[in-house]
Design a protein around this ligand. Structure first.
Ligand SMILES: Nc1nc2c(c(=O)[nH]1)N[C@H]1C(S)=C(S)[C@@H](COP(=O)(O)O)O[C@H]1N2
Ligand SMILES: [Mo]
Length: 252
């Protein structure tokens, strides 16, 4: 079978099975193709697997919608006050020159990057929508380096499957699969609406990934670990939000 027809078959199979013999069978099919999210074991497990695998197959190469600049929201909403952490505030007082993004795990060349280093990577902008699961949203222009560029710099091992990423905010961490990590709209974002990313919006560095809900766009990003298995991270379901019952895969 060629790739396209095989993909169509899997997709059709998932939909048919979900409608017919139930979610558990769809989950079995998804497992065969490596499309099982790390939070598949919970109450909504089979549903999570179906959402993730169906979206992955249907939207494999798709882009989040980009908007014209005149639709940029005039008063974007920063969800939560700027970080109060004393170590963060010391870095902020020195204009974040000592801020580093550390990258380790399954990479050939572990390294850390200053904001100036990231600004030397090819710069890209996107005008996209940030949607919170609580119902509000805004449109902004985000500028940064593509995560794929950084991953190529450090040399990701071929067996790697996920990127775990941490905030300087204590306890805040998330992860994404390689499809989202390599996606051209997944940015290490250091600017918003033409200025350095304000602290309230996650400055100096935030991951922006417009194909998933806002909570995956972690603010105050300071570390990434490349891995092939999420079991040893936290409770093993892939993110702190999944530990609280949100979907690990929050595709929109
Ligand atoms: N470090 C950190 N990142 C975070 C959050 C947070 O509380 N702390 N909230 C998340 C949630 S739930 C949403 S909807 C967006 C909100 O982004 P905004 O502040 O730019 O509106 O940030 C996400 N990233
Ligand atoms: Mo949110």
């Amino acid at each position: 079978m060629n790739r396209l027809s095989r993909r169509r078959w899997i997709t059709t199979g998932l939909a048919a099975i979900a409608g017919g013999t139930g979610l558990a069978a769809a989950a079995g099919l998804a497992r065969r193709y490596g499309l099982v999210p790390p939070d598949h074991g919970g109450l909504y497990g089979p549903g999570e697997t179906l959402t993730y695998s169906a979206q992955r197959l249907l939207t494999r190469h798709s882009l989040a919608r980009e908007f014209p600049r005149d639709l940029i929201s005039k008063a974007p909403f920063a969800n939560g006050p700027p970080l109060k952490d004393p170590a963060f505030q010391r870095l902020q007082a020195a204009a974040f020159v000592d801020w580093r993004l550390a990258v380790d795990g399954m990479v050939a060349r572990p390294a850390s990057f200053s904001i100036a280093d990231l600004k030397r990577f090819p710069s890209n902008s996107q005008v996209t929508h940030l949607a919170c699961e609580e119902g509000w949203s805004y449109i902004a222009e985000w500028t940064g380096a593509r995560l794929v560029h950084l991953l190529n710099e450090v040399g990701v091992h071929p067996e790697a499957r996920y990127i775990v990423y941490y905030s300087m905010e204590p306890g805040a961490w998330e992860s994404i699969d390689m499809a989202d990590a390599l996606h051209p709209q997944t940015f290490l974002t250091y600017a918003m609406n033409g200025s350095d990313l304000p602290v309230g919006f996650g400055g100096p560095l935030r991951l922006r990934l417009p194909r998933q809900l806002g909570y995956k766009s972690l603010k105050y990003l300071n570390r990434m670990t490349v891995t092939d298995d999420l079991k040893s991270f936290g409770k093993g379901v892939g993110s702190v939000s999944a530990e609280f019952g949100y979907s690990w895969y929050a595709g929109i």
